[in-house]
Ligand binder design. Sequence first.
Ligand code: BGC
Ligand code: ZN
Length: 367
Amino acid sequence: MKAIAVYPRQPNSVHLEDIPRPSLADVASDVGVLVRVLKVGVDATDKEINEGLYGDAPPGAKHLVLGHELFGVVEAVGPAVTRVQPGDYVTATVRRPGGSIYDRIGSYDMTSEEVYYERGINLLHGYLTEYFVDEEDYIVKIPPGLCHLHVLMEPMSCAAKAVQQAYEVQRRMKVWRPRMAFVMGAGQIGLLATLILKLRGLQVYTCARSKPPSLKAEIVAGMGAEYVSLEQTSLDDLADRVGKADLIVDATGSSAVAFGAMRVLGHNGVLVWTSITGGDRTIELPSDEININWVLGNKLLLGSVNANREHFEAGIKDLALGEVMHPGVVERILTNPVEGLDNYGEMMRLLVDDPLALKVFVNVAEG
Ligand code: BGC
Ligand code: ZN
């Protein structure tokens, strides 16, 4: 069967690979699930793997099958599977456990090991193919009423984890009543984080470069948040106007913005970084100013990566609530379908060259 793959660390090696079709017998336990892939979303991670910046093939393989944002349908299940059945629409988590204590309790997104295993990213093949098998623990059911949001489940899980981690860590405050949040970036994670924070009742300012009118600005407004163009208003100006934020989520992919956001976080606040910055940029910072401010304000910086099953389930619930509160808004993120695995060239072109392609996804098969 067909798969979109790269030769890791070799720039622009994206190609079509012929790989064997899996079956339930490939899973050692009786909790295997065979999934037919319907759609797969791609993002900057796939682009950067194809640029050779990171990612490795599974041991013994030359190629790595891409794809970590899955929407599929269950084709067959092992005898001990209880949570899904053939015909169910599903997504799948990305990371697989290593050996640390965190991995062993299902928090593989918090592994303390340097090596991490992620389907479609590092050391494990991904979902940009026709079928795959995995254990039930990593397969998450999608409610039929959310199927129109298909490939957004995985990005939503990362946004859900980022916000959940912020609230979790802020238990240090005994009482924490965040009033206002800044979201840096209006890509998929920024927009989905905006939704989650609005659903939690915060006043949200979502900041991105481009000037409105734009699709991103409309989606932000549709979620009841305020879009701020950093070409029109600097972050300092925003903070002068509305105050410093209690919570900031950075999802820009720019380390300069991630560090810059440190200047507009309020006392006792938390700044969450979610971007994977594969480059080697360096910037100069007013470090004394930030240092004194952060100490005097008891501020906290938190990195958040990936998501486990719990975050997928929380994200799916928030998407359901989002559909009730802001019907039809989230699906506007899904801008650029690509027809079939054969069109991998077009898929990469959109990722690399099209600044208006908010979300690129491959229609692998009809559901
Ligand atoms: C994925 C995450 C992953 C991260 C680091 C992101 O694009 O969505 O699941 O943990 O990259 O590899
Ligand atoms: Zn991703």
